[in-house]
Structure formats: structure tokens, C-alpha cells
Write a protein that binds this ligand. Structure first.
Ligand code: NCD
Length: 336
């Protein structure tokens, strides 16, 4: 972990677009060490003792919010949770003023989720402008980015390939299919950045209404490759991992699909479809899952096929790693 903290210079984690392989490996290495803590009898380390982490979720969330909270507590930080419905936002306070209120109470790290793309960036810019020293961790903004989710996906995939030493180079030559509502997915965008930087061959598959041509521009100079498919079979053929995505009804502004039944027939991940993939293929989903729509229930619950629960466990460890890297580098004064 010392080498990982030594290379870490980011005050904020807003997107993975400009993450280097060295930084991705630093996250994987730190996560591997901290994941062990979760399985000890004493599941806590004093790394962030005395630091204040505020969880500011302006949009609903189960696993991301709870796992950031648990991760901060496992590192012995003090955690404040913010819920928009019961806050002064409902009295007209701006989001920046809410952030400044937490700053005045001594917040060191703010974890922010917002339905609009760009809100965590805007808060980070203001916090830097006033020289606050606060770190912002983007926990999902609009359609833009969800870095901690993509990092937990990266960790889960690499750990599946080498549990002792998960690292980016394991992804060279591996085929990863991402299937589903790509257009509305910040998870897909963040995963395209990290997986292609790490060297994987990423294949996107969705109906044309959910996979615009513009996605080709996402990984132009990455070590890995990116291909788009409007049929599922070429994407699944010989895939090592299949990542399914939820149909995000709340973000769809038009009727983009004839019916959920038709979508399942053409793009749903079923046991039969997985026969196109490598025999030891594994399936991921960030959750929440629409069972029987993007993913068949029996695949989701299949212990040899599904990494869904493993993703949730790893989510706590990855978020501990992100808080740890930022928190300890802050204490060393080594942040940009
Ligand atoms: C994702 C999100 O919120 O973007 N979920 C998550 O964080 N686990 C994906 C989704 O909502 O479908």
C-alpha cells in the first residue's frame, strides 16, 4: 500500500477518463489489502480516524450509498449522511451552499451523487477556488460517470483472473461484452474508459436506440479496443466476461423500445445465450437488476456464473481504497 499512496496525487475522483494504468493498479493493489480487513474478526482499521466523510446523495441509491458509508466506518472516519428530502435544499438552499455548510462543519471528503451530469465537478471547482482542501468523490452524476462502480467492476474482473494479485495486465486479450441500456449508463461510460485503458477488448451491444454511434469516440487511443454491435451474438462470441446493464426507465425521455418482452428476447442474458461465450464466462451487473428483463433470474442466482454478490462485497473494499488513497495522501500533503 505504501507504493500505491506514494504515486497517488489526485485530490478528487470525478471520472476515469484520464486515469493511467499505474493509477488503476494502485487502486487494485490497495483494494486487495483492504479487502482482507472485511474478513477479519476485527473489521476496522484506524486509517482515517478523525477525518469527516459526508455522504451527499441527491438521487436514490442502495448499494453505493451504503457501501461508501460502511467503507468510511471501516476506516474509522466520522460519517455524516445527507438526504435531500429532509434537508434545507427543500427550503431553497443551493447545492453549493449545502456543500459549504458541511465544509464549515469540518468535512474532509464529500461523496456526491446527483441526477445532473457535472454537479460533483462544479462542487470540486468551487472547493478548489476557495482553497478548502476538501476532496470530492463522484458517486454517480447523471449520464456522465460512476468511477467507483467501474473500479469495483475492474477489481472484480481482475480478481476473477488472479485472486492473489488483481492487476490491469491480466486484461490484455480478454473480451468483455457490455450489454444493455448503454446510452443512459454512466456505469458503461466509466467502464469503457477503465477497461480499455487497462487493455481489454470491449464490445458494446444494444438496440440502436440505446447505443448511438458516438460511443465509437470513447476509446480512441486506449491500449485495448472498443467495438459496437447492434446484435447480441457477435458481442457475446467467445466473451470472457459479460456485463449487463439495467434499462434505466427513469432516464428515458422517449419510448425507445417496443416492449420489455421483446428486449429480453433480443438482448436478455440467458443461460442459452451464454453458450456463445467462453465456457468459464462470468456475468456482472451493477444492480439494481430488472430480473427477467436484462438478466434471467437463474443466471443472476447461479453461483458459478454470477459475480453480482462478489461485486457488492468488492464495492465496500474499493470504496475503502479510494477513501484511503485520498485520505492518506491528504495527510502526507502530497495531493495536487
Ligand atoms: C447504477 C447507477 O446508479 O448508475 N447503480 C449503482 O450505482 N449500483 C446503475 C443503475 O442505476 O442501473
Amino acid at each position: 500500500m505504501t507504493t500505491a499512496t506514494a504515486i497517488w496525487t489526485r485530490r478528487h475522483i470525478l471520472s476515469l477518463m484520464d486515469f493511467s494504468v499505474t493509477e488503476l493498479d494502485a487502486v487494485l493493489q490497495t483494494t486487495t489489502s483492504l479487502r482482507d480487513v472485511l474478513f477479519r474478526r476485527m473489521k476496522k482499521v484506524p486509517a482515517l480516524q478523525g477525518q469527516v466523510v459526508t455522504n451527499m446523495f441527491f438521487e436514490p441509491s442502495t448499494r453505493t450509498r451504503s457501501s461508501f458509508e460502511l467503507a468510511a466506518k471501516r476506516l474509522s472516519a466520522d460519517v455524516m449522511n445527507f438526504a435531500p428530502g429532509s434537508s434545507s435544499l427543500s427550503k431553497g438552499e443551493t447545492i453549493l451552499d449545502t456543500a459549504k455548510t458541511y465544509l464549515a462543519m469540518g468535512a474532509d471528503i464529500m461523496v456526491i451523487r446527483h441526477q445532473q451530469s457535472g454537479v460533483p465537478q462544479a462542487i470540486a471547482a468551487e472547493m478548489d477556488r476557495i482553497n478548502s482542501g476538501v476532496s470530492i468523490l463522484n458517486a454517480g452524476d447523471g449520464l456522465h460517470a460512476h468511477p467507483s462502480q467501474a473500479l469495483l467492476d475492474l477489481f472484480t474482473i481482475c480478481r476473477g483472473l488472479d485472486p492473489e494479485n488483481p492487476r490491469c495486465e491480466l486484461l490484455r486479450g480478454k473480451k468483455i461484452a457490455i450489454v444493455g441500456d448503454i446510452m443512459h449508463s454512466r456505469v458503461a461510460r466509466s467502464n469503457i474508459w477503465s477497461l480499455t485503458t487497462a487493455g481489454a477488448d470491449v464490445h458494446l451491444a444494444a438496440p440502436p436506440t440505446l447505443l448511438p454511434e458516438g460511443f465509437r469516440e470513447f476509446a480512441t487511443d486506449a491500449a485495448g479496443s472498443l467495438k459496437l454491435h447492434w446484435d447480441i451474438e457477435p458481442a457475446l462470441k467467445d466473451a470472457d466476461f459479460v456485463m449487463t446493464l439495467r434499462l434505466q426507465h427513469e432516464r428515458m425521455t422517449a419510448h425507445l423500445l417496443p416492449s420489455l418482452r421483446e428486449y429480453h428476447q433480443r438482448f436478455g442474458i440467458t443461460g442459452d445465450r451464454l453458450k456463445f461465450c467462453q465456457p468459464d464466462v462470468k456475468v456482472l451487473h451493477p444492480g439494481p437488476v430488472n430480473r427477467g428483463v436484462e438478466l434471467a433470474s437463474d443466471v443472476m442466482d447461479h453461483p458459478a456464473l454470477s459475480l453480482v454478490s462478489e461485486q457488492v462485497t468488492n464495492g465496500v473494499a474499493v470504496r475503502m481504497a479510494l477513501l484511503y488513497l485520498i485520505g492518506s495522501s491528504k495527510a502526507n500533503g502530497s495531493l495536487n
